[in-house]
Design a protein around this ligand. Sequence first.
Ligand SMILES: C[S@@+](CC[C@H](N)C(=O)[O-])C[C@H]1O[C@@H](n2cnc3c(N)ncnc32)[C@H](O)[C@@H]1O
Ligand SMILES: O=C(O)C(=O)C[C@]1(C(=O)O)C=C[C@@H](O)C=C1
Length: 254
Amino acid sequence: MTDAKQSPKQPKQLTDRLFATERKPEDFRFDASVARVFPDMIRRSVPGYTTVIPMIEVITEQYVQPGTNCYDLGCSLGAATLAMRHGIHHDDCQLIGVDNSGAMIERCRHYVALDDHPLPVTLRCEDILDTELSDASVTTLNYTLQFVPPEKRESLLRRIADATRPGGALILSEKVRFESEQEQEIQTRLHHEFKRANGYSDLEISQKRAAIEQVLIPETLDTHKQRLLTAGFSEVFLWYQCFNFVSILAIKPK
Ligand SMILES: C[S@@+](CC[C@H](N)C(=O)[O-])C[C@H]1O[C@@H](n2cnc3c(N)ncnc32)[C@H](O)[C@@H]1O
Ligand SMILES: O=C(O)C(=O)C[C@]1(C(=O)O)C=C[C@@H](O)C=C1
């Protein structure tokens, strides 16, 4: 599994204080200020993130096929990309990370270079809605689809399914919402408590919530599962959940 130890060459891990002081309301963007603190931000904001990343290595190892492409769509700084890299034991595979944030891709190159592994990684600064996909065995969307406008999600998933070889897989991690108002309220409260336990203040939690409201659109688990089946995957199931964050495995029929 990926070694979580920090080598002295690693970039300095900065603490996320972006929402700690009052700021004017603005939609959240993956810009340079976010990229700088992103490892800290995502670990302290997404329940289960630190479990999901090493499991992506385990799942990749199970579904990767020789001579195929593996994609990490919305790769940010490459945490899932590197987990996939360590799960690929074929030297004829291509590993491709895609993100449309220049600040993320620039820093991602640095993390990829620091990861001592022989499999090359190609990074594309592109929109995942336009990026070319073919001959895939494993594709990861780790907390990325939630930022794609809902009306564009089905065609993207169809393109991924069409590009995936029989027996290949998609790992889809998302923030979800719940049908039941009561469950929605409890799970949201638990998520906010998780953030509080990780040192975020009420101001940080509420300002972040307002900033992502229009850009991160969660859907129900059922909507995700049905759409994955419609898109062309056959086995679709939940493999991980922590509060309102889930990860789904979708497999292409053999
Ligand atoms: C929450 S982060 C993903 C975290 C990352 N997958 C990980 O495991 O650490 C979402 C990423 O998706 C990227 N993104 C969002 N919409 C995108 C799009 N349409 N095309 C490419 N990248 C996109 C953002 O720039 C951001 O880096
Ligand atoms: O839902 C929240 O409150 C979050 O902060 C989630 C989330 C995410 O899932 O991507 C939002 C933006 C950042 O990328 C880090 C975490």
